[in-house]
Design a protein. Structure first.
Length: 238
């Protein structure tokens, strides 16, 4: 995906802020998901349809961080480790999200250690993971959410443009569908602000991550969550 053909397509695109660094080695998710249907929610409350084909789909396991502003918890970043689910059936994602949260709930590790360094992989069989390769990290840079595969042990370790920052002004959100249970963070659609990893970002099949309804003082909390993330990319197939 960082090959020369894609590179010139991106250069010709209207995206602003594209970094003009050398293209890097093409590589892909283990299984081709370009024909998969991104989960958009349940009618009538649905996320926008993707403009491009899915390129990556992965499970995020981590925390939503909040700081109390005196009365309410306000989102203050997030951290998650990201693991490939491209070889799993789409119908398994809801179970995967629930079961991995229940395992994550019992851990005292930080999310990156938990996902990257093999703790989650120890549960591969019970989770039904087909090729749980580690992709990278989700975290915030200032107010911008980032998905970064250039991090240590990531799919594109050391390839500095192998990330995407979501553009908050272009975000769409829907409440997590009622059929997924209660207490789950919203589903999201974001477009690319910068980075070469993807054009669009979806967060679906969320579990957990919601802060308590009220607070006092200025304490910070971390609420465990899991979700499925989808990255789409403008490419030759579109
Ligand atoms: C705290 O956040 C809530 C929810 O966003 C907002 O309604 C409230 O005005 C904020 N309070 C302060 C002191 O900023
Ligand atoms: C969010 O929580 C994680 C632990 O899950 C922590 O490592 C990270 O530093 C926190 N980030 C922020 C911006 O508070
Ligand atoms: C994980 O822990 C949270 C907070 O204790 C709880 O609300 C949630 O039901 C748990 N989820 C699972 C799948 O175990």
């Amino acid at each position: 995906m960082f090959g020369s053909i894609v590179y010139s397509t991106l250069l010709a695109s209207s995206f602003i802020g594209f970094a003009t660094a050398a293209p890097t080695t093409p590589s892909k998710a283990t299984c081709d998901i370009s024909g998969a249907f991104v989960h958009l929610g349940e009618f009538p409350s649905m996320l926008p349809h993707p403009q491009y084909n899915p390129k990556y789909v992965f499970l995020g396991v981590g925390t939503q961080n909040y700081t109390c502003n005196g009365t309410s918890y306000v989102l203050d970043g997030a951290v998650a480790g990201l693991v490939d689910v491209s070889c799993n059936w789409e119908t398994s994602y809801k179970t995967l999200a629930t079961q991995s949260l229940s395992i994550w709930n019992q851990s005292n590790d930080d999310p990156i250690t938990f996902v990257r360094d093999g703790v989650l992989a120890q549960h591969s069989t019970e989770l039904g993971f087909r090729s749980p390769s580690y992709f990278g990290e989700h975290f915030f840079v200032g107010k911008l959410p980032r998905w970064d595969f250039s991090v240590p042990k990531g799919l594109f370790e050391g390839q500095e443009n192998a990330f995407v920052n979501g553009a908050q002004p272009a975000a769409a959100t829907i409440a997590a569908p009622g059929s997924t249970g209660t207490g789950n963070i919203a589903w999201l659609y974001l477009t690319r602000q910068d980075g070469e990893l993807a054009s669009e970002i979806y967060r679906t099949d969320t579990r957990g991550g919601v802060a308590p309804p009220s607070c006092s003082g200025s304490d910070s909390i971390q609420v465990k969550y899991t979700s499925i993330y989808w990255l789409t990319e403008r490419s030759g197939r579109n």
